[in-house]
Every structure is written in C-alpha cells, then in structure tokens.
Design a protein around this ligand. Sequence first.
Ligand SMILES: [Fe+2]
Ligand SMILES: [Fe+2]
Length: 393
Amino acid sequence: MALAETQTDVKTFTAAELYQRIVADTPTFIVDVRNEEDFGRWGVEGRNSLEVINVPYFDFIEDEDGSVAKVPADRNEVLVVCAKEGSSQFVAEILQSHGITARFLEGGINTWGNLYDVRPVESNAYGQIIQVARPARGDLSFVVVSQGQAAVIDPLRHIDHYLNVLNTHQAQLTHIFDTHAHADHISGGPALARKTGGRYFMHAYDAIHPLDMLPARIDYNHIVDGQKFQVGHYTIEVIWFPGHTLGQVNYLFTDPDGKSCLFTGDGIFLKSFGRPDLGGRGEAWAPIVYDSIYNRLPPRINKDTLILPAHFSVMNEDNGQGVFAETYEWVLAHNDALKYAQKQDFLDFVLSHLPKFPPEYVEIKRANAGLLIPDEEKASELELGKNICALSD
Ligand SMILES: [Fe+2]
Ligand SMILES: [Fe+2]
C-alpha cells in the first residue's frame, strides 16, 4: 500500500489499508478526533486487536499536553481519524512533534463509510460467488457468475463496484435480486437494471411502503414462492421468508451436483436474524418470523447449504479472511437467536431484544420504493453509520 507524503512528512493511511488490518487482526490503535456526539453516532469498528479512543480535536487545541497524554505511549503507531481529513492531519502532526508515530486517514471517516471490499467466496467448475461488502456498514451483497451470465443479490447503492466485477469476469448481468425492500441502505437494484438491461426482481408485498401505505414507483418484476430461474449452471429457487418484511425472500442457488447456497438477505444472519419491527408492526410480525425460521425454511435446504446473509453485526462473524458465509449446520449451532424452538420463548426473546428504530429508515424505504429521490448528500446522510437490522443484546 503506497503511503502519500504530506508537506509536513506526516503520512496518511487509506480506508482499504485499515480494512486489511482489521481483517488480519493486526494490532491497530485509532484516535478519533471528531466531537463526542459524532463519535457516539458511529465510528470504526473491528475485532479484538482494534482499539479506538475519542479525543476531540478541540481538546488538542485547548490542552495539547493533556490530550497527548491520553494516547498510550507504548503504541507503535497511532492512526488518527476525523470527519474530513484536516483536523486529523493537524493532530497527527502534534503527536509526531511529541515523539509519537502517527498517520491520518485520507479523506476522513466518510471514505471509511464508503469503502467497498470485493473478495471471492467460492469458485469451482460451475461458477464463482463473489462477496461485495461495505464493511463500515456491515452490508454484504453478492455476485454469482456462471457461463458468462451473472446474478447480483442485494446490490448496494454504488453500482460501479458491481460493474467492475462483471467486467473482470466478462459476464452479462441477467438477474438482479433484492431479498426485500431494505430499510438501512438504498438499493442499487433499479440503477443496475437501467445500466445493464438485467431484470430487477423483488416480492410484490415489499412494493408497498409499510408506513405510508403507498405503492412503489419503481420498475420491478415480481416474484412468488417456489419460482425458479436459471443463471448459467445454477438453478435458483425463491423461498418466501416473511417476517422482517412481508415480502422478504431467500434465493436458493443449486449447482448441477446438488451443492446449494442460500442468499438470506435480512432473514437469517450468521449469528442473529432480521428484526420484525421495521415495518412498524413488531408484535404482529414476530410470529411470522418464527414460522419462517422454524417451519418454512428447514424443509427447503440441507445442513450443507451455505448461508450468505446481507449483514454482519461484528467483524468476528467472518471466517477470518473477510468472508461472511457458513453452512446451515454451523449457523444452527452458533446462532443463539435460533435456539428458541418454543414459539412463546421465541417471541419473548425477540420482543425484548429490539434495538432502537432509526427514524431515517422510514425515509430509506421511501427511497427504495421510488417515493423519494435523494441526492448524493442526502443519500449518504441517510446511510450514515452501521446497519441496525438484527436483534441486539
Ligand atoms: Fe432489511
Ligand atoms: Fe438490512
């Protein structure tokens, strides 16, 4: 990774380098110099070896020595993060002048928020599965390539990343699958369909805004439970999995040898599952989630089916190499949220573990229904921070 030199010899680091360090669990110490409120809203999260402290920029101006003293002296290197870049450069220079090796994040925290990471999940004679992640948000999406054709599942807003993958694999995008109308991020599905001519699919139940009760104004092809598609060697089956939304579906891809993978969207995650309250009806939809998890899904997949969800909550859910995919057998053994076979126990658990309801989620659903067309600034403001689509502790 090339490091840019600044006039003052303080070096920078990039969001991509930061993510590589997090994936590799390289000991990393971050000083976030945004104000307390912005820091409290969201920031860099990683795994065990990542330490983050908040020392606001203005503290360094008002009390330089006191602020520098808050940075442990035994760290090899300090990475400084701020909103846009300027104040982190300033603080990195101060730290260097106190004998502490420091670098600052190029482009500020938004470049971390907008970082995309592309890496292979699986590759065999029938095709490739590629994960396209937006790590700061915990968002996961996928491209499946086979025989020159491609399907994209739950594409995120910055569609160039998918176009690059298609270009790399010389594949034609034929199917764009949204698992549901997302509340936490703006879908790239309609834009990808316009750009590539691929067909955009979602369930008709999700083409009504659940709170406004207004029909979507987007071009989409509706799907039903059991519907089948073919992309290259893969047969794809739609499995209706309502509860997080009424139109949530899973897409089951099966290769000619019978090996399958399931794109679950906000159905089952590796260690949790999609909350039932984002449509405003948590108590009514929680029993529907129960039926999806315990009755609808199990007969349709097998223990070796690879589960590929639309989110992770913490970095440690990965396989140690930045890929978020495990077998259904693994998920059943490790997902504590799936251990409530008795319906009432399940409902008690779900309804006592609902996180806060982000107000911007109502607007994101409007954007995904085509009822609101946000500009870039508004879109990034709506998507700020990490998704809150799973139940929480
Ligand atoms: Fe969702
Ligand atoms: Fe989500």
